[in-house]
Design a protein around this ligand. Structure first.
Ligand SMILES: Nc1ncnc2c1ncn2[C@@H]1O[C@H](COP(=O)(O)OP(=O)(O)OP(=O)(O)O)[C@@H](O)[C@H]1O
Length: 262
């Protein structure tokens, strides 16, 4: 039997200033240890959905359960990584202080905090870089600090909103493999929002395809490619090409359908 960790149940959301709901009725679940990507046309409400799942935004209707508990505010079970590391890291704090910051309010001993910070920085390959400031680091390194900060909370669920979008292509594939390594090692459940179709197929067990607003789940695609994945071999697999084409076509059709709507 699947151990369901995240249940998104008939989730709806309308921004007070918007004329119609952004999220109409979103329903899906994620099993423990699964890697699920969320894709959809621009403006579908992917970030809005992640904000609702992580408790940053209260849905207008429906609910999100994490390990059976309704999410009504940010939870220690959920770690979040945003796209823009330059806005999520504090430039006046070193890497280790940035990672330690959210742990301060958790009632942990100083030793436990030190262990978690060094373990998280080691997991993202930044052992020995603890004393560096964000402005002394490359974009990829800064994003790794942001990932370490989420990991130090030892979340059961990791929510990632376009975490690879602000770095160059080579750093992007390195970060993809880093995230897959952490996911495999820590057994954390991941929801990743991405605009990149290749990335969604490469990383995921399943891809949730959102429609246009008022948004619902248009389709869920099982990936089923062998793991561990490799940037060259996996992307050379004919099945990768088929999945990629299917996803590309679905999103293009959704965009065209939305553009043709009166
Ligand atoms: N605070 C807000 N107030 C009003 N409307 C908003 C607000 N934030 C987002 N929106 C609108 O809600 C819709 C969904 O936005 P959201 O950023 O969640 O979509 P997205 O799928 O993540 O977009 P993209 O793919 O372009 O990153 C968009 O039309 C956006 O303009």
């Amino acid at each position: 039997m699947n151990d369901i960790v995240i249940e998104v149940q008939h989730l709806g959301f309308k921004y007070p200033s918007a004329p119609k709901p952004t999220l109409g009725d979103i329903d899906f679940s994620v099993a423990r240890g699964e890697f699920v990507s969320v894709v959809g046309p621009s403006g579908a409400g992917k970030t809005t959905l992640l904000n609702c799942i992580s408790g940053l935004t209260r849905p207008t209707s429906g609910r999100v359960l994490v390990e059976g508990e309704a999410i009504t505010a940010p939870s220690s079970k959920i770690g979040i990584v945003f796209q823009d590391y330059s806005r999520s890291l504090f430039p006046w704090l070193t890497a280790e202080k940035n990672v330690a910051l959210p742990l301060g309010s958790r009632g942990l001993s100083a030793e436990e905090i030190r262990n978690r910070v060094s373990g998280a920085l080691a997991s993202v390959g930044l052992g020995g870089q603890e004393k560096k400031y964000p402005w002394e680091m490359s974009g990829g390194m800064q994003q790794r600090v942001a990932i370490a900060r989420a990991l130090a909370l030892e979340p059961h669920v990791l929510i990632m909103d376009e975490p690879m979008a602000s770095v160059d292509a080579q750093t992007r594939s390195d970060l993809e493999d880093l995230v897959l390594g952490i996911w495999a090692e820590r057994g954390v459940t991941v929801i990743l929002v991405t605009h990149d179709i290749d990335e969604a197929v490469y990383m995921s067990d399943r891809v949730v395809i959102l429609s246009t607003p008022p948004t619902a789940v248009h389709d869920v695609m099982e990936v089923g490619l062998a793991r561990p994945r490799h940037q060259l071999e996996t992307k050379d697999d004919p099945d990768f090409g088929h999945l990629r084409s299917r996803l590309f076509t679905a999103i293009r059709e959704l965009r065209e359908f939305s553009a043709a709507k009166p």
